[in-house]
Design a protein around this ligand. Structure first.
Ligand code: LLP
Length: 422
């Protein structure tokens, strides 16, 4: 049975595979908790984006924050994508995994430092998404000092509500992101006075895990109006950066990505029709989310009165999304043999009640020692891992066809202690 084609499926005998590799063998070889990613899935998602947007000149700038492991970035760069970064650290990761990708990098974020701007200017990135008047001043000063021209877009805040978790909605005036559209015009006028700033685009990003494509269209309609009026004022706007945010289907056992991406593309392209701009897209989750699982082993079964718990060896420090956002992740046994189901909580060893992956979940009865896979953990999984409770961050493996490769070794206690002094 195919679960997340072309990445994860059960064989006829009920063994969960990542592409052609039995997941069980990965757990034996690399231990648990373990992130397992499928290269084929990442490529398929990038290709689906390219196909959906083929009628418009565009660059996919994969949002590095979703999963920034070097081997994942290299895989994505090989598919000729660019990158969206939000820190000097993320830019360094891009440069190390694929030095040539610098010319396809957009730099977003509300708190860029002079040092980060300098790195980006020296690397020759494509575009700075400027988020405030003060940042624009600092960028102008930094670019002038280095005698390097910075291409800029103002990230506008379109005041469009996105139906998503409040922590990851960004496009309302009450949020810290972007500049209100009327005010942005002053920033463009200001930028045009600096010989080291080149006004080049308009940028908008309204949030993450958005599944209603009409929301993107409303935001981009406003961005398109702004492009028109900026052009009237003589600005040479060549780029529209539509941000990321396309949601994935965490709850279903299968999704129809081709259909979803086609309707997303229709909404985006409709809003930008006739503008003749180069479109930049910053997808993160929709590229890598379904390409990854977190593998974990059941340590103990436990019952407190009538409440059942499966205590597993992964915890909120490995995958924070359920604890932080109350996010739902499908959880399945690695051995798909048929058996009875039970209702149980799936929890980690960390000393917090908030350390859970699922509550009151109906699941095939899993024994102590069995492996479970937490699905759709490829985005905002490993990147959010921490050392809470002095736990080492998990190892990561990339599967490509019949091959698997350790792309990040498990963090040792020595790794954790090495920066400390007594
Ligand atoms: N561009 C900008 C400017 C962003 O802030 C983000 C995400 C993206 C692109 C990529 O969005 P995506 O396509 O992945 O939705 N940790 C949260 C998600 C935080 C998203 C932050 N910004 C989670 O686990 O749901």
């Amino acid at each position: 049975m195919s679960l997340r084609p072309p990445a994860f499926s059960y064989t006829a005998r009920g063994a969960l595979h990542c592409e052609s590799v039995p997941i069980e063998s990965l757990a034996r070889r690399y231990g648990t908790p373990l992130y397992v990613y499928s290269a084929a899935m990442v490529r398929a998602r990038l290709k689906a984006f390219a196909t959906a947007f083929h009628s418009s000149p565009h660059t996919i700038c994969y949002s590095v924050k979703a999963n920034s492991t070097l081997a994942i970035l290299r895989l994505i760069a090989k598919e000729r994508a660019g990158f969206d970064v939000v820190s000097g650290g993320e830019l360094e990761r891009v440069l190390r995994s694929s030095p040539k990708a610098a010319s396809k990098v957009v730099f977003s974020g509300v708190g860029k430092t002079a040092q980060e701007m300098e790195l980006a200017l020296r690397s020759g990135i494509l575009l700075f998404n400027v988020e405030s008047a003060s940042e624009l001043n600092l960028l102008a000063a930094t670019a002038t000092r280095l005698k390097k021209r910075a291409r800029i877009a103002v990230r506008v805040n379109p005041d469009v509500p996105a139906k998503t978790h409040p922590y990851i909605s960004t496009g309302l005036h009450q949020h810290k992101f972007g500049v209100p559209i009327p005010e942005s015009k002053n920033l463009y006028a200001e930028a045009a006075t600096s010989p080291y700033l080149e006004v080049a685009g308009v940028s908008v990003h309204i949030g993450s895990q958005i599944t209603d494509v009409a929301t993107f269209q409303s935001a981009l309609d406003r961005a398109a109006d702004l492009v028109g009026s900026l052009r009237q004022q003589g600005h040479n706007i060549r780029y529209v950066d539509a941000g990321g945010g396309l949601g994935i289907n965490y709850e279903g056992m299968q999704d129809n990505f081709e259909k979803q991406i086609a309707s997303y593309a229709r909404a985006v392209l409709k809003a930008l029709r006739g503008l003749n701009v180069h479109l930049l897209l910053e997808p993160g989750r929709s590229i890598v989310g379904p390409a990854g699982v977190l593998l974990t082993r059941v340590l103990y079964r436990k019952t407190n009165h009538s409440k059942r718990f499966l205590i597993v060896d992964a915890a909120m420090n490995d995958l924070l999304r359920p604890s932080l956002y109350g996010a739902y992740h499908e959880i399945i046994p690695v051995s798909g043999r048929s058996r009875e189901t039970e209702t149980t909580d799936i929890v980690g060893p960390i000393c917090e009640t908030g350390d859970f992956f699922a509550r009151d979940r109906k699941l095939p009865v899993a024994n102590e020692g069995e492996l479970l896979a937490i699905l759709d953990a490829g985005a905002y999984g490993a990147v959010l891992a921490s050392n809470y409770n002095t736990r080492g961050r998990p190892a990561e493996v990339l599967v490509d066809g019949a091959r698997s490769k350790l792309i990040r070794r498990r963090e040792s206690l020595q790794d954790q202690l090495s920066r400390e002094k007594l």
